[in-house]
Design a protein around this ligand. Structure first.
Ligand code: MEV
Length: 315
């Protein structure tokens, strides 16, 4: 079937609770961030031209036929075509993204998800979120080595999720909307590297790290309850506790701690690093009336970008 022109997009994400612990089988909670998105556009190309993958942001323009085996865009495209048992179409597939890379916001998962959806839909197939997520997970393994699967899941479902590795995803009901500020340290921090460092430390001292992961998992369970009943104050306290555990895991950094402290001192209900850590982003839970004030303080304290997002249950 010849592809038709179309566009698909996928959101960024933040981890609310349980980063790192989720790699070791503990529960975690993540939410989509819809203000930042990856977009994929498929346009028909002349017969015989095959599929060309274009990513203007990173100066990439490569025919699928000659793309390196491990090139993530090519892997996503090949996996999609295999999944659909579809031949390579004559088309140009252009991806772009407003999601900062290597900063814990799920840019890799979002690009894969947008690409997989756009390619499948252009060939007349509508994939379920679970199918898209499973394909994107295979690409995530190239980006991250041993990913838990939470990034591709929350991005493909585009809903708040409670996630345990290897279990069916559970969509979270949000009892009362809440507002998050996402503050960027401006320091890039590749997830694969930090996950690897945690793994080494864990191998050296499994009892201590298992105990930390257990505590993080317990916090995620408590946070789930707080989200479901709309207890925002408790949610903030749990975020603070999670940040303390992440410091003990040695994945925080002076910049992250400064931004977390600034948010708390200027009225946030709670704050923590989000994602792999050592750089990337922190998140702060704020009452709507204080959002701008806390955001301004974060900027003054050196955050290179502050995104404000409201979390609700989405249909
Ligand atoms: C990445 O967004 C969060 C980590 O827990 C890694 C993973 O879950 O694959 C650090």
């Amino acid at each position: 079937m010849a592809p038709v022109s179309l566009q698909s997009s996928a959101p960024g994400k933040v981890i609310l609770f349980g980063e790192h612990a989720v790699v070791y089988g503990r529960p975690a909670i993540a939410v989509p961030v819809t203000q930042i998105r990856a977009t994929a556009i498929v346009e028909p190309a002349p017969p015989g031209s095959g599929l060309t993958l274009v990513a203007p942001d990173i100066g990439k323009n490569v025919p699928l036929a000659t793309a390196p085996q491990e090139e993530p865009l090519a892997v996503a495209a090949r996996l999609t075509l295999d999944h659909l048992s579809a031949p390579e179409p004559d088309a140009t597939l252009t991806v772009s993204s407003t999601i900062p890379i290597a900063s814990g916001l799920g840019s890799g998962a979002a690009v894969s998800t947008a690409l997989i959806r756009a390619l499948a839909t252009s060939l007349g197939h509508t994939l379920e979120p679970a199918e898209v997520s499973a394909l994107a997970f295979k690409v995530e393994k190239i980006h991250h080595g041993t990913p838990s699967g939470i990034d591709n899941t929350v991005v493909a479902y585009e809903q708040p999720v409670y996630f345990v590795r290897g279990h069916p995803v559970e969509r979270l009901t949000v009892g009362e909307h809440f507002t998050l500020l996402i503050g960027d340290t401006g320091i890039r921090s590749p997830t694969k590297k930090i996950v690897g460092l945690v793994r080494q430390a864990c191998n050296r001292n499994p009892a201590r790290y298992d105990a930390l992961f257990d505590q993080m998992g317990d916090l995620a369970d408590e946070a789930r309850q707080a989200i479901e009943i709309g207890d925002i104050e408790t949610l903030g306290l749990l975020m603070d506790e999670n940040h303390t555990l992440l410091i003990e895991l040695h994945v925080s950094s002076p910049r992250l701690d400064e931004l977390v402290e600034t948010a708390r001192l200027t009225g946030a209900l709670g704050a923590k690093l989000s994602g792999a850590g050592r750089g990337g982003n922190m998140i702060a839970l704020v009452e709507d009336d204080f959002a701008e004030e806390v955001a301004e303080s974060l900027r003054e304290a050196g955050a290179v970008r502050v995104i404000c997002t409201t979390i609700t249950t989405t249909e």
